[in-house]
Design a protein around this ligand. Structure first.
Ligand SMILES: Nc1ncnc2c1ncn2[C@@H]1O[C@H](COP(=O)(O)OP(=O)(O)OP(=O)(O)O)[C@@H](O)[C@H]1O
Length: 219
């Protein structure tokens, strides 16, 4: 078996840690006393049934929502004091693909770049590599669900962010797009990146530093 290797996780500092998190929605405790940590080279899959609280946890980990209890740290410092640095090193792609449907794929790339999220790359070449040749100048609302997801994920080929938090990134993708995205994950991880994701599909990554955390559905 050709297992991709990374030497980062052993010696590297913890990028993101959470301690004693709890989250309550509509009087239901989704999770409590939840702790985790993420180092360079690691992929953490958050598992759980529909409604268990995976997206809620990802939003907390991305700094977009506050936990009801618990602490978060970025590079061992309280996240609340490091939000700007954290945001600059984070690529969060939520359950909704986050694209502007009135804009074209190229315009979405330009929008993200103007927000300083993306480095300068040949957008035409990137979009072509993602199977979107000829569709660069069409408003995204006219693309299929899978094509829109590809536009959204194009960010992952042009971001400098080390930490990727991805909510259901494989949704609507066909098998070849899922394979190439998983290969891209391995490349990111072996270069010192780190990923937290949710997916209801089995991960078929041939990579050693895969971790899973299951949120048990609570009534
Ligand atoms: N903004 C909100 N206001 C009120 N309740 C919410 C809100 N967001 C989520 N919830 C509730 O929290 C629970 C967990 O939702 P969440 O989206 O985190 O689950 P999930 O595990 O990601 O589910 P799925 O696998 O279906 O995407 C659900 O019962 C949902 O109704």
């Amino acid at each position: 078996m050709n297992i991709a290797q990374s030497t980062f996780a052993v010696t590297a500092p913890v990028l993101l840690s959470a301690q004693g998190l709890s989250c309550v929605k509509q009087d239901r405790v989704l999770f409590e006393q939840l702790s985790l940590q993420l180092k360079p080279g690691e992929l953490l899959q958050i598992k759980g049934k529909n409604g268990a609280g995976k997206s809620s946890l990802l939003r907390i980990l991305a700094g977009l929502a506050r936990p009801d209890e618990g602490e978060l740290a970025y590079l061992t410092q309280p996240l609340s004091t490091q939000l700007a640095d954290y945001a600059a090193n984070l690529c969060f792609i939520g359950h909704q693909s986050g694209i502007h449907e009135q804009l074209t794929a190229l315009e979405n790339m330009q929008f993200w770049r103007a927000a300083a999220e993306l480095r300068a790359v040949d957008d035409y070449a990137l979009l072509a590599a993602l199977g979107l040749a000829g569709l660069e100048d069409i408003p995204c609302k006219m693309l299929s669900a899978g094509q829109q997801r590809r536009v959204s994920l194009a960010r992952l080929w042009a971001t400098n962010a080390q930490i990727w938090i991805l909510d259901e990134p494989f949704t609507a993708l066909d098998q070849s797009a899922i394979s190439s995205l998983q290969q891209h994950f391995i490349q990111h991880l072996t270069q010192g990146g780190a990923i937290i994701l949710t997916t209801h599909q089995p991960l078929t990554l041939d990579y050693h530093a895969l971790h899973a955390l299951e949120i048990q559905y609570r009534w």
